[in-house]
Design a protein around this ligand. Structure first.
Ligand code: 3H9
Length: 706
């Protein structure tokens, strides 16, 4: 066969083993190896049936995603005809069984479905996650899956991309048996039983009984399309996946496969898929820290403490409890503590009600959280996360106290979103153990953890923080120390432009609407209302000394705060809110904006949606390029991952830096030069952007050279 696929024998049973670590992807050589094994099994009279299994942790986790970039860039020409391989398996005259552990995903499930039978261990998962890469199943997954699982289940799996458990796969007919104990032996016993029974193995492509009829299927497809429109706004792949499954119910097998191939190609060459594949590898790339080798051992975190039971502190404590780590939550007054604990309890109750986990799980998690007003127990905490409001003096006071109480080796983390970590660390005698853990609101939901490295932070503390992020089910991204770090420093420019656009003539709903249409989860002004405009106001006051006299400063948000309009929590901010928190444009705000514009001598004009996108996106990109050049972010992709996981940036655009590459750095740079002429020095182009644009290169090229 090949090194990637081997064929051995257990008595009269052939055993095909796919061995392509780490996930047995279908890289070149694997399909060829499977085909050669099936051919050998067919020809060998001493073999009566066969089993295929994956070596290591998993069955086949799908196509080799790295190959897609080679195909779309023209580096790789078509390889073996994969459909022919699947047909060879299906046509094998002897019973063949796929033995599944780990994950049978994408092309992996498609291979398994060409076998006559499938068995799986209880912990196995099967799925068609291609939509998460902006693709659809491309090896007849949309055509074979409804034949095994029925139309509703197939549509759901292909359109949302979420995996299902072995138990669910058994119930829906995707697997034929769940094997307890040794998988290979169980699968061999299964195929021997089939041989002994004399049952004629069925080809999946000939199984039509679950395909339903047009009348019963139509509402299933309509509901799936509506759902995908809401849950995957602006994404083409889920709709294409639904179209492909629908074709499978209407066309003969071979024609449905052709239709699937056509849709697959459209998705494969789309910008959306390229962006989502960038995101897939980016999420893994951010874990690599060039100056921290793999042999730097993280500390073990057995006990945590959080200071502050506000929205952030409560959410952070929940993360620890969710990961099974006992956590103390400390407040200064009983009513704050009670309020914080009540919110935690309510969040958990909501999850139980929605069926995300059981009451028992909730009780266990609640029991891991100890609310208190003192520092009792902090002395043996392995990590303390400070999550009080943004004030340098308060934070320094707390770190000074922690320095006296906490054991040597404990990590002292601050959840500051903007403040100088080194200055906070200077309040301690151990700055090497101080680090920023910047969680995003709501901290129990948002995946991003910006890990801020101070100038003294030691490598073990960084390695522990990265490992901890994974344990807390976050995407940890290491960043350098500066005002606002990566995310908020860029956001500042983005928010500034949103407000300038409003002063110059756009209405709040125009700005938010354009950015929502671009794909942002919410527009920036509506986000401000949600988060509380007073939060930014307090930070601006804290940083007032940094403001340069004569620089243009957006005034409306401060004026709204002065009027007591803090956003949703006061029923009014950039918008008015009814009792259901519905956003209502407010003529009073329009009046205020006009007054502020007049006061500053700004002549209001019509602003197009394109200008809104360019001004806000290019502000992000320009600042991102500066951050990159300063080394505050390790790579452009780190910035993308931050924006996707912390700021509601649309994954289908790949993140702001990837978006810049997609637009073309020359075009972005030229526009920024125009804005520079029109609006002054805040738009001074980043030297790195200028350089890359002039050299005809991209941020992705920049990352490759790192
Ligand atoms: C498809 O199948 C299309 C077909 O319909 C068409 C066929 C013609 N390829 O995530 P991890 C790498 S589309 C290449 O950290 P885990 C990954 O980059 C595909 N590489 O491990 C990482 O590398 P590194 C459909 C892959 O245990 C390493 O493996 N399938 C692939 O947390 C470990 O990965 C999918 O979308 C791949 N397919 O999770 C499945 N998969 O160490 C995508 C992983 O250098 N994969 N790598 O950073 C996953 O969901 C997870 O990786 C998995 C393991 C759950 C399998």
């Amino acid at each position: 066969m090949s090194e990637l696929v081997t064929l051995s024998k257990d008595g009269e049973i052939g055993v095909i083993t796919v061995n392509n670590p780490p996930v047995n992807a279908l890289s070149p050589g694997v399909p060829e190896g499977i085909a050669a094994s099936i051919e050998a099994i067919t020809k060998d009279d001493s073999i009566k049936g066969a089993v295929m299994i994956g070596a290591g942790q998993t069955f086949i986790a799908g196509a080799d995603i790295r190959e897609f970039g080679k195909i779309t860039s023209g580096q790789r020409k078509e390889g073996i005809n994969f459909h022919m391989v699947l047909q060879m398996i299906e046509d094998c005259p002897k019973p063949v069984v796929a033995a599944i552990h780990g994950t049978a995903f994408g092309g992996g499930l498609e291979v398994a479905m060409a076998f006559h039978y499938r068995v799986a261990v209880p912990a196995a998962q099967v799925g068609q996650p291609e939509v998460k890469l902006g693709l659809i199943p491309g090896a007849a997954g949309t055509v074979r899956l409804p034949r095994l699982a029925g139309v509703a289940r197939a549509v759901q799996m292909c359109a949302d991309g979420n995996p299902i458990s072995a138990k669910e796969a058994l119930e829906s007919g995707i697997v034929d048996a769940v094997v307890e104990g040794d998988l290979l032996q169980g699968a061999i016993a299964f195929v021997r039983e089939k041989i002994a029974s004399g049952e004629t193995p069925r080809k999946t492509r000939e199984r039509n009984e679950k395909l339903g009829d047009e009348a019963s299927n139509a509402p299933v497809f309509a509901a799936a399309r509506d759902l995908a429109k809401k849950t995957a706004r602006g994404m083409m792949a889920p709709q294409a996946a639904i179209d492909a499954v629908e074709a499978a119910t209407k066309l003969p097998f071979i024609d449905a496969v052709k239709k699937e191939a056509e849709l697959f190609q459209q998705c494969l060459f789309s910008d959306q898929s390229k962006a989502l594949i960038h995101v897939f590898f980016g999420e893994r790339e951010v874990a690599r820290i060039p100056d921290i080798p793999k042999d730097v051992k993280p500390f073990e975190i057995r006990k945590a403490a959080v200071i502050g039971a506000g929205t952030m502190g409560g959410g952070i404590a929940m993360n620890y409890a969710n990961a099974g780590i006992p956590v103390i939550i400390k407040e200064t007054a009983q009513d704050f503590l009670d309020r914080g604990m009540a919110i935690i309890r309510k969040n958990y109750e909501n999850s139980v009600r929605k069926g995300r986990f059981s009451q028992e799980t909730m009780d266990k998690r609640m029991a891991l959280i100890t609310p208190q007003l003192t520092y009792d127990g902090f002395e043996d905490a392995d990590i303390v996360v400070e999550a009080v409001f943004e004030g340098m003096e308060l934070k320094k006071q707390i770190f000074g106290e922690l320095d006296k109480i906490c054991k040597q080796g404990a990590i002292l983390a601050s959840n500051t979103s903007t403040l100088d970590i080194d200055e906070i660390a200077s309040a301690t005698t151990r700055p090497e153990f101080v680090i920023g853990h910047h969680f995003f609101s709501p901290a129990n939901v948002m995946r991003l953890l910006e890990i801020v490295r101070g100038k003294a932070t030691n490598k073990e503390v960084i390695a522990t923080s990265m490992a901890l992020a994974k344990k807390l089910k976050k995407v940890g991204v290491l960043v350098g120390n500066c005002n606002g770090f990566v995310g908020n420093r860029m956001l500042h420019q983005y928010g500034r432009e949103a407000q300038f656009l409003v002063e110059e003539g756009a209405r709040p709903q125009d700005v938010d609407g354009a950015l929502y249409n671009f794909g942002m989860a919410m527009g920036p002004l509506a986000v401000g209302d949600l988060a509380g405009l007073d939060v930014g106001w307090r930070i601006r006051k804290e940083h007032a000394h940094l403001r340069v006299a004569g620089d243009r400063y957006p005034l409306v948000a401060d004026r709204l705060c002065e009027m007591g309009r803090y956003g949703q929590k006061t029923g009014a901010g950039w918008y008015k809110y009814d009792e259901n928190r519905k956003t209502i444009p407010d003529p009073e705000v329009d009046k205020l904006i006009e007054e502020v514009a007049a006061e500053q001598g700004i002549k209001r004009r019509t602003i197009t949606e394109d200008e809104i996108i360019e001004r806000t996106q290019y502000a992000l990109i320009n600042e991102g390029a500066k951050i990159l050049e300063e080394g505050i972010a390790l790579r452009a992709v780190d910035i993308d991952i931050i924006y996707l996981n912390g700021y509601g940036y649309p994954a289908r655009r790949g993140g702001p830096m990837w978006y810049a590459d997609a637009v073309g750095l020359k075009k972005v740079y030229d526009r920024i030069c125009r804005f520079h002429e029109e609006h002054g020095k805040i738009w001074a182009p980043a030297p790195l952007l200028k350089k890359l644009a002039e050299e005809g290169r991209t941020f992705a090229d920049f990352d490759k050279q790192k």
